[in-house]
Structure formats: structure tokens, C-alpha cells
Ligand binder design. Structure first.
Ligand SMILES: [Zn+2]
Length: 323
């Protein structure tokens, strides 16, 4: 499926547009609709030149949503989107008018990134407002309505016949929607470094959680204590690297939530943006070795605006520098 890239061909596609920018919950919710523009402005100052190109969002169809989500849950979001009142879950994720379309645009854009890579247009892509990792197959959770990475993993299987998809998550929160959504699936390669669930939402992701049934022992959850810094992250990351190298994925989905950086208003980790840059560079090397370079980065969480702008920009820079 991959094409040989000309030297002057952009190596990273970055998705931008009001369709994904509007996914957010308004002031004073930490997941505001300003996050997209804060990142895009920072990226513009980085001068990555011809290494990056921009692409526009697209909307996921209901059939695509149903690759991961239940029909009942999709109907629930559709109804709440019309009234725009109340919560989609127990009180973290408010409904708003048009939330169905906004959440479908996030999913569709991650799928567009997958399509561009599988068509050989580029080898890396980044979607800032995406990586909504708490959404379960049958419910919203933790600011996440539809799980774009969950849909993307199923989409890669159905549309492209890939089997071994890796999901790698360095957001401060455990990616519970992805973990439990594929808990018994040994071919969904899962590695997640997060703040210890005894101190942070959603409370899951203990190291003893390695999968169930046929997948028992195949997934990697690594917890960091509150206050953990880059050195502690690097120790955990070496295990992720060895795990992924042994697992030989065919495609990598990277959730690089910036709420693991010091100064986030709702978490307690103390990483710097260098952790995100280094993780992205390593993943590109692994992608080159095992899966023709194919990696999609998604922004995930991050509520300190400077942190998300810097961390995501460094991820894009690492993608670009990896060629
Ligand atoms: Zn988070």
C-alpha cells in the first residue's frame, strides 16, 4: 500500500479545521474549544517548512462509529445532541447542541489520517483534537464522547486487513476506553503510562491488568506516582519500547496527552515536553522497523494551554525529523 516518497514530499500531515476545534465544553470546563487554535498557533511558529502539510477534517458515518460503539449508545448521543442539555455520562461530559456532529468529526478525522497513510500519501499524521480514550463502546466518560482510536483500530482491520494494531498512550489518565474495549483481544497491542489510579481518574490501569481471556498477559499498564518526572518516565518508557519491538505492530496509534506535563490543572505528573518528543521519536523508529513508518498521533488530554501547545508541537517536530 505504501508509495515511495519523494524527498520534497511532506512527511507529516497535520489536521486542522473548525470542525474539530469546536469539540469542547466551553468555559469553565477544562476541555475548552480554544485548545485547537492554541496548538496551531504554536506550530506555525516552529517553522517546519515543507516537512508538514495541512489537511481538513471529515465526518465519520454512523456505520463507522458502529465499528466500535453500540447502536444504543450512538442513538443516545444523537438524542442528547438535539436537546443539548444535561450530561452524556455521570457528570464529567456535558451535552451541547451539535455534540453528535462534533464528536463524529473527531472520529472521521482520525480515520482520514489513517486513510492518507494507508494510501501512501504520508507516513505520519497528527490530529490535535482526538485521542478521546475514555469513551467506552457503550458510554461516554471523562470528556470523551466517541473513541476515535477505538474506531480507527477496527477500521484498519476491516478496510485494510491489518491485524496487529498498537495503541500507545502517555496521557496522565489511563486509557480505560481502549483498554477495556479490547481487554480480551490479543491483537490489540496496548501500552499505557499514566498516573497511578489510586490518585487520579479513572482509577484503573494497575500493572496487574494485562488483559483477559486469550489476551491475558499481552497488555502493558505502567503507573507513575504523583510528581514523577522525565527520569521516571524514561525508565517506564524503556519497557514500552521493548514491549512494542517484541509485539511487531502493523500500525501505531499514539495518544500523546499533554496533561502528563508539570503544571496541568487536573493531574499531578511532572514531565516536560521532552518526554513527548522522545517518545514520538522512538515510536517513529519502531514504526519504520515494523510497519512501514505508519503512525497517527492524537492530542488527547492537556488542560494547561502552554503545555499542550509545546508538547504536541514537539511530537509533530519529532515526526518530521524522523523523515
Ligand atoms: Zn488525560
Amino acid at each position: 500500500m505504501s508509495a515511495v516518497l519523494e524527498p520534497d514530499t511532506p512527511t507529516v500531515l497535520v489536521y486542522r479545521g473548525s470542525e474539530i476545534a469546536r469539540y469542547g465544553f466551553g468555559d469553565p470546563h477544562p476541555f475548552g474549544t480554544d485548545r485547537h487554535d492554541v496548538f496551531q498557533k504554536e506550530l506555525e511558529t516552529e517553522d517546519l517548512g515543507a516537512a508538514i502539510a495541512y489537511a481538513s477534517p471529515r465526518r465519520a458515518t454512523v456505520d463507522e462509529l458502529m465499528l466500535f460503539h453500540t447502536a444504543d449508545y450512538i442513538d443516545h448521543v444523537s438524542r442528547k445532541s438535539q436537546s443539548g442539555r444535561g450530561y452524556l455520562d455521570e457528570g464529567d461530559t456535558p451535552a451541547f447542541p451539535g455534540v453528535f456532529d462534533a464528536a463524529s468529526d473527531v472520529v472521521g478525522t482520525t480515520l482520514a489520517a489513517v486513510d492518507a497513510i494507508m494510501a501512501g500519501e504520508v507516513r505520519r499524521a497528527f490530529v490535535p483534537i482526538a485521542g478521546l480514550h475514555h469513551a467506552a463502546r457503550e458510554r461516554a466518560a471523562g470528556f470523551c464522547v466517541f473513541n476515535d482510536c477505538g474506531v480507527a483500530a477496527e477500521y484498519l482491520r476491516r478496510n485494510y486487513g491489518l491485524k496487529r494494531i498498537a495503541y500507545v498512550d502517555i496521557d496522565a489518565h489511563h486509557g480505560d476506553g481502549m483498554f477495556y474495549g479490547f481487554e480480551d483481544d490479543p491483537d490489540l497491542i496496548f501500552a499505557d503510562i499514566h498516573e497511578d489510579g489510586r490518585h487520579l481518574y479513572p482509577g484503573t490501569g494497575a500493572e496487574s491488568e494485562t488483559g483477559t481471556g486469550r489476551a491475558r498477559g499481552t497488555k502493558l499498564n505502567l503507573s507513575l506516582p504523583p510528581g514523577a518526572d522525565d527520569a521516571e518516565f524514561r525508565r517506564a518508557w524503556r519497557r514500552v519500547e521493548a514491549y512494542l519491538d517484541a509485539a511487531r505492530p502493523e500500525f501505531i496509534l499514539f495518544q500523546c496527552g499533554a496533561d502528563s506535563l508539570e503544571g496541568d490543572p487536573i493531574t499531578h505528573l511532572c514531565l516536560t515536553e521532552q518526554a513527548h518528543a522522545d517518545a514520538a521519536a522512538t515510536l517513529c523508529r519502531l514504526a519504520d522497523k515494523h510497519c512501514e513508518g505508519r503512525i497517527v498521533g492524537t492530542g488527547g488530554g492537556g488542560y494547561n494551554r502552554r503545555n499542550l501547545a509545546r508538547a504536541w508541537t514537539r511530537v509533530v517536530r519529532s515526526f518530521a525529523e524522523a523523515g
